[in-house]
Ligand binder design. Sequence first.
Ligand code: GLY
Length: 497
Amino acid sequence: MIGSLRERQLRRVISACLLTVFCLAGPLQARNLDSLVAHSLEFSEGQLARTVTLINDTTRYPYRTRNDTLWIANRPGSWVSGWFPGCLWQMYDHTLDDTWRRRAESWTAGLEDSKDNTNTHDVGFIIFCSFGNGYRLTGREEYREVIIQAANSLATRYHPRVGCMRSWNKHLFPVIIDNMMNLEILFWAARNGGDSDLYDMALSHALRTSRDHIREDGGTYQIVDYDTTTGEYISRFTKQGSDAESTWARGQAWGLYGFTMAYRETGDSRLLEAAMRLADYFIDHLPGDCVPYWDFQAPDIPDEEKDVSASAIAASGLLELCTLVPAAVTAEKYRSAACSILASLCSPAYLAEGTNSIGILLHGIQNHNEDKGIDVSLIYADYYFIEALLRYRDMIMSTNAFGDPPYLFPASIRLFQNYPNPFNPETNIWYWLSDAVVVNLSLYDITGRWIQPLEEGYRDPGHHLFRFDSGRLAAGVYVVVLEANDTRRARRITLVR
Ligand code: GLY
């Protein structure tokens, strides 16, 4: 067990001091975080392997721990059921070990029926974290079809007068900030063989949420309830926050991540502005150890519980946001906030190492108002933590060998990940340019040694796809570097034979 609230507070104070020392360490910081991230990935692999053995039933899906020890598991189709297979796919991405692929396939298969679920926006979480990751890593046609069908199911919840998907089947027409996350499956489906209306619905939902859910100060409402006759909202309130006018920490993180993703998918500057306002609020309201209380205005702060899931989701979102914002100084703010959060999550105050929890992160809150899942491990905290670790690995850790200046900023060019999967000998590199420039795309090994040129020449602004046959290269980890106008971007790619 983790001990009393006072003991936990003491651990956090010690952790915050260690974190401050860590953050002040300057040049050592990157290397220290590299090793913390590597260690946390190793620990995550061990915890997931233990979970697979203990659960030993592919029809049961871990949700949260009971008294900080063993998982409570739900049936297929429960709103949380996509994250465990998602964790298994991410571990396959990390290790490229077929054992993880087989495990991921087994737990993913049990969720196929959910593609027809029209009863909740959570169909996005369920299918995109399981089948979505599965498609990304295997390119299997049957997975793509399941994702498209799930997107169509979610789209049945769209109301044209409101311009949003209905999140829950209660109240009048509630739209929750969490729902921003589930627009990703619609954007993806529209790009991968689904109906183009899916894109329009997702964009409309995101813009409406940016107008109605965000307060002047950048904090958010969890729930906005609409009248479908007029299309106007009639009330704004919360289910999981402490007060209608307070900001529920996980909701803020869902919004930060969701608006970032929606900007990545649309390029609409109103969505970037929303993402930045939420990110600024989140960062500016963090306590010293970079993990928020379950609500930013919870009444008894500092004698309140923390919610680690909010920080895990935010860290992953910030690692993407820092690659999208145009100003280098803002990008650096988000990158360094993400790194400080990750350093805290990888520390003994939050990593479950040395405790008897079967989860990866400690100190999550499921629903404080209903006294459910207080101070436990949560499968979605673990999922976004692993995602953040992998984003750090792909964008930052693998380019540290290149020395200064950092290879990430500013965002006048963007380099997207290797797609569709590391097993495809035809490797696709996506990039985006804000201006017409001469670009130089090259391949390096993980130590920073130049391997070969990829392409060079004058390019117009906008999106570009470069394809090359990587079949002649040895299996391994490489770094693609894109240079234009003194700006460089780098991204790790993995090639498998
Ligand atoms: N989407 C519900 C929650 O975050 O608890």
